[in-house]
Design a protein around this ligand. Structure first.
Ligand code: BG6
Length: 514
């Protein structure tokens, strides 16, 4: 038997063989939370795992007046607090020499001239070849001035074999409806070519999410069953224990549908429902994903009442801690109608999935943090072992646990030992921790590495972003027409509102308890 190839790191490498070259990463929003909690720790972990190019520079750009030294200290604190692997001082001492900071306003033309000067100086000092990645971890209304500023300062050039690469990473939210998403895409597209743009949906970088494709297409037992003939329905749950926390300003304008469903949950759905791509080429994979979005049956107008439930958390206790109701959270208006929970029933109208419901739910301040995709197979005929109709036999369920206890479980029916023909459901359980030991890499590690390698498989193409916004905007418009002044409530620390239970119970099904 051939030895498995364990050296592959990106989809491209699986398919084509790419290398990661020395480059400069310029982070707009460099003094922000994302950089401190996710980006710098991700780079540090890539370094520890020997995956970073041998030379790299990071230039943080932000309004806060920090020096290189204070940026390095704050980055080190970020690594200590949030890194997957602990800080090794000797490695850090070397790594921090590649961290730099420049303060400047995004709206000020002078900022971009300073960036240019600083980047060129750093690249000369560190003997970097001029490959650049601009990371836009900034609010949507800053994207246009940032792109324009970069262009005017001559920091962007068209893709060319003879020039160093120049790429841009765009963080969510990419819009708040179809029109604003198009506007952002237009703005970025005026300055960068689509092949240079990497739109992040960090769920696609999660190890367990990447495993969905492998599980489906690298195992011969699932694919023949993966269709309307054998699957009864699927459930996608992303439940969070945290409330709005310190993000009230952002969240009040956003809500669960825009914040979680438009991107993360729909991308999970795409991976579960997509056809096998014809290769691992980034565009082949992205085409397969977007085809699912194109087949979504619209939920518009009064359909929102039948197919969607939105709700807000009320006062309750989450994991022993008392939580105020959403309307009592600091920074939230007492008459806010922003949803903190949403449940949907949707259909993917194609040959494979016709008639199979997909139930999606996500919420904040719920019982616990737990994300899972569960595929429930059809019942077997009610004869033999389950002849008692009052005691229907539990169906087979394949559950892909995304987080926090990453793994896959499969419910099968087994005989209870003894003289009687009695059956019992049992779980076959695969836990990442048991098999692979160390915690999986963080999503941002994988995604940053892929941008350096130029592999866009795990990023959102413009058409996919707009396609999912088009579908979501139908629901948003339906909700707006309803004009609700009060949303249904669920107690913080519960599994969501009774209305969501009814949504699925009407079909004779139930949400899984995770
Ligand atoms: C972000 C949302 O995109 O994803 C947050 O804006 C949410 O509201 C977060 O908490 C969840 O990500 P994760 O990786 O913690 O499941």
């Amino acid at each position: 038997m051939r030895e498995p190839d364990q050296s592959l790191t990106t989809y491209s490498e699986m398919g084509r063989g790419q290398t990661v070259e020395p480059c400069t990463l310029i982070i707009f929003g460099g003094s922000g939370d994302l950089a401190r909690r996710k980006l710098v720790p991700a780079l540090y972990n890539l370094l520890l795992d020997g995956l970073l190019p041998e030379r790299l520079a990071v230039l943080g750009i932000g309004r806060k007046p920090l020096s290189d030294a204070t940026f390095r200290t704050s980055s080190r604190e970020g690594v200590i607090a949030y890194s997957r692997q602990s800080l090794v001082q000797s490695l850090w001492d070397r790594f921090e020499q590649s961290l730099f900071y420049l303060s400047g306003g995004i709206d000020e033309a002078a900022t971009y001239d300073s960036i240019k000067k600083r980047v060129e100086q750093i690249e000369t000092e560190l003997k970097l070849p001029g490959h650049r990645i601009f990371y836009l971890a900034i609010p949507p209304d800053s994207i246009a001035p940032a792109c324009e500023g970069l262009r005017r300062a001559g920091l962007v050039h068209a893709p060319s074999e003879s020039k160093p690469f120049c790429r841009v990473i765009v963080e969510k939210p990419i819009g708040r409806d179809l029109a604003s998403a198009r506007e952002i895409n237009e703005t970025v597209g005026r300055v960068f070519d689509e092949s240079q743009i990497f739109r992040i949906d960090h769920y696609l970088g999660k190890e367990t999410v990447q495993n969905i494709m492998v599980l489906r297409f690298a195992n011969s037992i699932f694919e023949p069953l993966w269709n309307r003939k054998y699957i009864d329905h699927a459930q996608i749950t992303v439940s969070e224990a945290e409330g709005v926390g310190t993000r009230a300003t952002y969240y009040a304008e956003t809500g669960a549908l825009r914040d979680m469903v438009q991107n993360h949950l729909l991308q999970l759905l795409c991976l579960v429902a997509m056809e096998p791509p014809n290769s691992l080429d980034p565009d082949a994979v992205r085409n397969a994903r977007i085809d699912v979005l194109r087949c979504l049956r619209p939920i518009r107008g009064q359909d929102v009442q039948r197919f969607t439930v939105r709700a807000q958390y009320s006062h309750g206790t989450v994991q022993g801690v008392e939580v105020p109701g959403y309307r009592g959270e600091p920074g939230i208006k007492p008459d806010s109608t922003t949803e903190t929970y949403v449940a949907l029933k949707l259909f993917v109208e194609n040959w494979r999935w016709a008639g199979v419901p997909f139930y999606l739910r996500t919420g904040k301040a719920m019982v616990k943090r737990a994300s899972e995709i569960a595929v429930q197979f059809k019942e077997i005929p009610q004869v033999l072992f389950n002849a008692n109709p009052a005691m229907p036999q539990a169906p087979n369920v394949l559950a892909l646990r995304i987080q926090p206890e990453e793994g896959v479980s499969f419910r099968v029916i087994s005989k209870v030992p003894g003289a009687k023909a009695q059956t019992h459901p049992v779980e076959m359980n695969f836990k990442y921790g048991d098999v692979y030991g160390a915690p999986s890499p963080e999503a941002y590690e994988r995604l940053l590495l892929d941008v350096m390698a130029g592999d866009a498989s795990l990023f959102m193409r413009r058409d996919a972003v707009e396609c999912s916004w088009a579908w979501i905007t139908g629901i948003l418009n339906g909700w707006e027409a309803e004009g609700l002044k009060w949303l249904p409530e669920y107690a913080a620390g519960s599994w969501g509102p009774v209305e969501a239970d009814r949504l699925i119970q009407t079909d004779g099904r139930a949400w899984r308890t995770l």
